[in-house]
Ligand binder design. Structure first.
Ligand code: CAA
Length: 380
């Protein structure tokens, strides 16, 4: 067992840290306040290789391991969790599924531009009545010979209006319930594809979240991923990796807030000394540091298992559950350490506190993660 990052992983961390500080930090408060998507910054993330980190270089990816991905996600999420979720969705929800289960033609056409970040993707599973209960898909895809005719609505879609390529899940055989769900690749701009309203959110306000409507959308047969009925299994496999990405995002939000609180505690003077010299603050810092380290270890372990090709469903659920709870707790404490200054935008921690909340909700709520973990325990 070796707890050190390799030289390559350290280089990834340093590059992500430099990019975040130089290119994400300027304007992050304005983007949050005005709900502006970090378009130019996401393009730069593509140029730097952060949008297809684990994809094979033959499809324009970085060929890196999952620990490097976790390390980069942590650094980027420390500064801008909205840019981070765009990166996470592209890497783990879109590129991974396409690389693992797509045909070579699909990879040539769709994975290559996604992995180099010249375009980015979206993952369309959730519906108005199918969030946690993801098997209850109402979107219907009817077989019309050389294509499917698709009707339905998707909700809460990250990168909803800015993506160019969408992985869409729909029922091809409702009688078979979840075994009748199939997965498709959809291009923006096809007739019958409408981007609905943009959500006005509590946190990750720079991320681009929309509903999508499909009205007699034609999807060519060659754009189905895997066999008919493979869609739910594919969504679950993809979400195993997605949850690791969100765990790393939560880790970054927590460690970003902790670093700010630690620095502030050394500067802020009360009762004649820096507040870091008061035991009440020291205890908070100790808990934050310990819990963040534990969250990081759970993320690294899940990433390690994934790279070994071993089962990591429960490990990624544990990482996400724990890291997201730590993110919420740590950011609340970071605001508390900052006192009144923590309650205003200029000091960043109130944004991180709002951003933390979503990590307990998307890609499976904390309650869903407990279902996944407990089922795994009881199966053993
Ligand atoms: N890998 C592979 N297959 C899996 C799996 C996994 N991790 N988990 C479940 N499955 C399979 C099961 O083996 C089962 O297959 P069979 O019927 O062939 O045996 C099938 O999936 C159904 O499984 P369950 O019976 O366990 O189904 P369930 O209805 O009880 O639901 C659930 C399971 C884990 C709760 C699932 O519904 C779930 O994960 N819900 C949450 C959905 C979610 O995370 N949504 C996030 C939306 S995406 C998002 O947020 C992205 C974004 O934009 C940021």
């Amino acid at each position: 067992m070796d707890f050190e990052l390799t030289e390559e992983q350290q280089a990834v961390r340093d590059a992500a840290r430099e990019f975040s500080r130089n290119q994400l930090l300027p304007g992050v408060i304005e983007r949050d306040t005005q709900a502006i998507f970090p378009e130019e910054q996401v393009r730069e993330m593509g140029r730097l290789g952060f949008m297809g980190m684990m994809v094979d270089p033959k499809y324009n990816g970085g060929g890196m391991d999952s620990i490097s991905y976790v390390v980069a996600m942590e650094e980027i999420s420390k500064i801008d969790a909205s840019a981070a979720v765009c990166m996470s969705v592209n890497n783990s929800l879109v590129c991974w599924g396409l690389e693992k289960y797509g045909t070579d033609a699909q990879k040539q056409k769709y994975l290559k531009p996604l992995a180099m970040g010249s375009v980015h993707g979206a993952f369309c599973l959730s519906e108005p009545e199918a969030g946690s209960d993801a098997t209850s898909q109402k979107t219907i895809a009817v077989d019309k010979g050389d294509h499917y005719l698709v009707n339905g609505t998707k909700n809460w879609i990250t990168n909803g209006s800015t993506a160019s390529i969408y992985l869409v899940f729909a029922q091809t055989d409702p009688a078979k319930l979840h075994k009748g769900i199939s997965a498709f690749i959809v291009e923006k701009g096809w007739g019958g594809f409408t981007v609905g309203k943009k959500e006005d959110k509590l946190g990750i306000r720079g991320s681009d979240t929309h509903s999508l409507m499909f009205t007699d959308l034609k999807i060519p047969k060659e754009n189905r991923i895997g066999e008919e009925g493979f869609g739910f299994h594919l969504a679950m496999k993809i979400l195993d990796g997605g949850r690791l990405g969100i765990a790393a995002q939560a880790l970054g939000i927590a460690s970003g807030a902790y670093e700010l609180a630690l620095a502030y505690s050394k500067e802020r003077i009360t009762f004649g000394k820096p507040i870091s010299q008061h035991q009440a603050i020291q205890f908070k810092l100790a808990d934050m540091c310990m819990e963040i380290e534990a969250a990081r270890m759970l993320c690294y372990k899940a990433a390690f298992l994934k790279d070994q090709g071993r089962d990591y469903t429960s490990a990624s659920a544990m990482a996400k559950l724990f890291a997201s709870e730590v993110a919420m707790k740590t950011t609340i404490e970071a605001v508390q350490i900052h006192g009144g200054y923590g309650y205003v935008k200029e000091y960043h921690v109130e944004r991180l506190m709002r951003d933390a909340k979503i990590t307990q909700i998307y890609e499976g709520t904390s309650e869903i993660q407990r279902i996944v973990i407990s089922r795994s325990i009881l199966r053993q």
